[in-house]
Design a protein around this ligand. Sequence first.
Ligand code: PLP
Length: 300
Amino acid sequence: KDEILVTVGASEGLTMALLALTEPGDEILIPDPAYVAYPAAVRAAGGVPVFVPTYAKDDFKVTVEALEKLVTPKTKAMVIGYPNNPTGTVMTAEELAPIAEFVKKHDLVVMSDEIYCELIYDDAKFTSFAKLPDMRERTIVLNGFSKAYAMTGMRLGYICAPREGLAQILKLHQYMIMCANTQAQYGGVVALRDCKAETEAMRQEYDRRRKVIYKGLVDMGLPVFQPKGAFYIFPDITCTGMTSAQFCETLVKEEKVAVVPGSAFGEAGEGYVRISYAASMETIEEALKRMARFVAKYHK
Ligand SMILES: Cc1ncc(COP(=O)(O)O)c(C=O)c1O
């Protein structure tokens, strides 16, 4: 019980963990592109986000090579989050093993955002960073009920961390938050105990949509890799000659389809857009039709 703290979503977990951990000027490594709250939370905690670029050629997997170029004596921690928002990338245990070695070598703490751990497709397997050799005592796991149980508005999540670290986080949590909403916690208990079948049905539906949207994007000529997790897909839109922001603005104006510029998730996201398939199949099919028309019009 002293290694788990129930929080107001993974968002609170991330913020509290960073506030507890970060001294002014500490550098925190963040793979780029990544969830928008990471650099914001690092800055709010007085730290300096250091973006580690990832590339489509590697399916946006972070590499030790890139990390080694950016680590300094000021580096305190690294944030990692697979399945990834915005790319849908999943890293295998074998691919994560050298990252764990890197973490040990440089004596870092890892904040592992595992909120999409249940939403995995094909032959991909989820690996918790805390399960890698010697990583349990260095990893703060962030998780929540927003994705696998679609309880986003209930604001419920949790942190798993080594006892001494969690004691520091608890000080912040108890004075700033007091406790996560109790009704939501009762809902969370039911979700964990009784809702495996519902989560699986939802995962299968996401999987169907993922396949439809992947094929739709390939058919319209956009380079894209098939995501293995979460509910996002991240096509390359550079063939239109537009920046990601221009693409999104023009698409929403001309076709009333909303997607998010990859550049919102970091510099390495420029040239891509994030599409969410947390929408009905009907909406996805209509959106694909409109996008295909749009891409055909601007394709260079
Ligand atoms: C990677 C990632 N982490 C955390 C969150 C926020 O989760 P919560 O609703 O539990 O605060 C999101 C929401 O989009 C997310 O994509």
